[in-house]
Ligand binder design. Structure first.
Ligand code: FES
Length: 156
């Protein structure tokens, strides 16, 4: 090799190893960033499908296990639902997501109402919004008693 020859290409050694390591770290970081942006978009466009909510009734146990003037939150597909047994013993059920900003509602036996803790929204036992910021009633669900068991389903 004469003095005029130039060395081209990567020179193996510690410098090339650091460059490769940095490339791997940055590549992994970029991959993670892309996945963390695209995955939520993918799940929004193609949400997980829960067959129970769309097509079937959800069994929530024997009616005798439900005290009068009480409420119970259940999982209805991928949404919460609120089942209420009134002081008179009637069953009512609603989707449990507040129509204001989507907090989960609960039954307040002391008020005899459905209540949203986020902004003190209130619904009567027909699901109608009666106080606070909720703009619409709670969507009702159908309650059936079959062989002593309570079944909740979407209205047909
Ligand atoms: S989210 Fe329920 S009252 Fe605001």
């Amino acid at each position: 090799m004469s003095n005029g020859d130039r060395i081209t290409g990567d020179v193996p050694g510690p410098r090339a190893d650091r460059r490769g390591f940095l490339g791997a770290v940055l590549g992994t970081g970029m991959f993670g960033l892309v996945v963390s942006v695209l995955y939520p978009m993918w799940r929004f466009v193609f949400p997980p499908r829960d067959v129970r909510a769309a097509e079937e009734a959800v069994g929530i146990g024997p009616a005798d296990d439900f005290p009068f003037n009480s409420g119970k939150l259940i999982q209805f597909g991928n949404e919460p639902a609120l089942v209420v047994r009134t002081a008179e013993g009637e069953f009512r059920a609603f989707l449990g997501t507040c129509t204001h900003l989507a907090c989960t509602v609960e039954y307040r036996p002391d008020l005899g109402l459905i209540w949203c803790a986020c902004h003190d929204g209130q619904f009567d036992l027909t699901g109608k919004n009666i106080q606070g910021p909720p703009p619409r009633p709670l969507p009702p669900l159908e309650v059936q008693l079959r062989d002593g068991e309570i079944l909740v389903s979407r209205p047909k």
